[in-house]
Design a protein around this ligand. Structure first.
Ligand SMILES: Nc1ncnc2c1ncn2[C@@H]1O[C@H](COP(=O)(O)OP(=O)(O)OP(=O)(O)O)[C@@H](O)[C@H]1O
Length: 333
């Protein structure tokens, strides 16, 4: 399967009045055609800034320091803002956390879908746009789409609004859809409906999807592969089965223990003790060392490289080093 997007060694710094935040520190990943990749990590791990870097919508104080974003044979980091505007929406679309902030409250939902078409599909007639808008509303599972087309966002429930946001994002058949926490603003039942919808849509329209979330639990049924981020770096990437059944990074294991299990009554949730590192002064060694139960001295001082743990499976953990495996101390003591 071909790669639709490839990010290599992306490094992004954010300038603040207190200093420079090293928000993304040499992140590399790829997205295959028709695949769903989940990027998972606690708040502040750098997920959103990474994707904003990919989309060319970084805040003004943020800058790509190095690395590239390869899409269709081009490096998007070299594109001008005008070129990126053409890419956004038509080739790569992004959905944000809160559907209410992405929708225009003063415009009917049908019109909002048509705006997207007007911008990117200039040869469509008004009639074709309307037909397409209604078709898209139906595609995202909105019943009675003809009537909904004429309604304003406040007429719709939260789940419906999120469906409209997805319809707008899909209007121009993007090759890649990036969904940033598409479900946090919604209740759990709606969350799973939206994720099911994304799964279904992927089969129908063959888009590649990146889902950004802090909740590893919600991606179990939707993702093909998972990239776990921590402290501005990727900790582990693997197929979803391996992440759940054969995790290699202590951070991934910690995230798994903190997933609420609905069936198990009295299941004790174990939040990972401690807090993520300050990215203004990132630790010298493994970013997770300070919270890791298995930490070695080497972890404090040197950043681990990525160890191959199987097919599509890489983890940045010193415990996977042959020396640690043989019981030889990699510590300096
Ligand atoms: N506009 C900004 N100005 C300054 N620092 C920022 C800005 N946006 C993000 N950061 C910092 O960059 C780092 C990465 O943030 P990012 O939003 O990418 O994390 P995240 O993993 O997506 O978290 P969340 O799930 O809370 O969105 C954090 O340390 C954050 O405080």
């Amino acid at each position: 399967m071909g790669k639709v997007l490839e990010v290599n060694n992306l490094t992004i710094h954010i300038k603040t009045h207190k200093g420079i935040v090293q928000a993304v520190r040499g992140v590399s990943f790829y997205l295959n055609e028709q695949e769903t990749l989940a990027v998972v990590g606690e708040s502040g791990s750098g997920k959103s800034i990474t994707m904003k870097g990919v989309m060319g919508i970084l805040p003004k104080n943020a800058k790509i320091v190095s690395g590239n974003v390869m899409f269709g044979g081009d490096d998007l980091t070299k594109y001008t803002e005008r070129q990126m505007q053409a890419v956004r929406g038509s080739d790569i679309a992004m959905i944000f956390q809160d559907p209410m902030t992405s929708l225009n409250p003063t415009m009917k939902v049908g019109q909002q879908i048509e705006e997207m078409l007007k911008e990117h599909k200039k040869d469509m007639s008004a009639e074709q746009r309307k037909t397409r808008a209604v078709e898209l509303l139906a595609l995202v599972g909105i019943s009675n789409p003809e009537a909904r087309y004429k309604q304003y966002p406040h007429h719709l429930s939260g789940g419906m609004r999120q469906r409209v946001v997805i319809a707008i994002a899909l209007a121009c058949d993007p090759k890649v859809l990036i969904a940033d926490e598409p479900t946090t603003a919604l209740d759990v039942t709606i969350q799973s409906q939206i994720l099911d919808l994304m799964r279904e849509l992927q089969k129908k329209i063959k888009t590649s999807i990146i889902i950004i979330t802090h909740n590893l639990g919600v991606v179990a049924n939707v993702a093909d592969r998972v990239a776990v981020m921590y402290g501005g770096k990727l900790a582990e990437t693997a197929n979803v089965e391996d992440i759940f059944h054969n995790p290699k990074h202590e951070y991934t294991k910690g995230l798994l223990e903190s997933i609420p299990k609905a069936q198990e009554k009295g299941h004790e949730l174990k939040a990972i003790p401690g807090t993520p590192p300050d990215l203004m002064e990132p630790p010298k060694g493994c970013p997770f060392a300070a919270r890791c139960k298995e930490t070695l001295v080497v972890c404090q001082n040197y950043i681990p490289e990525y160890y191959e743990c199987g097919e599509n499976h890489k983890s940045a953990c010193w415990l996977l080093d042959q020396r640690a495996k043989r019981g030889v101390s990699t510590d300096e003591e």
